[in-house]
Design a protein around this ligand. Structure first.
Ligand code: SF4
Ligand code: SF4
Length: 187
């Protein structure tokens, strides 16, 4: 024996009350009934949703400019900044006559975000020099197939006639910066 901490285990028989299980069953029923009258910690999602913060980070949007042209120039900075490697894109050159569709000479012919990889950190939004990508307060919908979570431009680019307001998500410093018209970025 190395120490005197060892303990001899003896097989102890059950008491009468332990053998009939009744106290254990009644105690279980009591705990269940007690929780019936307590406020539930969960909500019945999706019928009910919790109140979320104004800067809560949900589904992304690819923004258009004030003329309806896509802002994204497929520079890839969001993809480089993304720690989850959730963003992929293919760039293409804007052709003559497409100025109303794409703001810059280079645009994203395809742009995809894998919502299963995304951790909604917001770094893509921070990295974007064109204010093209923002996270919004919209929830990513649930689905059964993994393929449905690859969001392409049809799900990401905001509709021309229904712009998604992200002004409340921008800090005072960003809004001040946008007023500086001598930055070509803000023109
Ligand atoms: S929110 Fe974060 S994880 Fe999601 S796409 Fe943007 S950078 Fe990647
Ligand atoms: S969303 Fe912004 S950072 Fe990402 S490719 Fe487009 S312009 Fe570049």
């Amino acid at each position: 024996m190395l120490t005197n901490r060892s303990k001899l285990v003896v097989k102890k028989g059950m008491t009468f009350w332990e053998r009939i299980y009744l106290p254990a069953i009644l105690s279980g029923i009591y705990i269940t009934i007690k929780h019936l009258f307590r406020k539930s910690a969960t909500v019945r999602y999706p019928e009910k949703t919790r109140e979320i913060s104004a800067v809560w980070r949900g589904q992304h949007v690819l923004k258009r400019d004030e003329n309806g042209a896509e802002r994204c120039t497929a520079c890839g900075l969001c993809a480089v900044a993304c720690p989850a490697e959730a963003i992929t894109m293919e760039a293409a050159e804007r052709k003559k006559g497409e100025e109303k569709l794409y703001r810059e000479e280079k645009y994203a012919a395809s742009y995809e975000i894998n919502m299963l990889r995304c951790i909604f950190c917001g770094l893509c939004e921070e990295a974007c020099p064109k204010e093209a990508i923002f996270l919004t307060d919209r929830m990513v919908s649930t689905d059964y197939g993994r393929g449905e979570f690859i969001y392409d431009k049809s799900k990401l680019v905001e509709p021309v006639d229904q712009p998604i307001d992200v002004s409340k998500r921008q800090t005072m410093a960003v809004l001040q910066f946008k007023k500086l018209k001598y930055f070509s970025h803000n023109k």
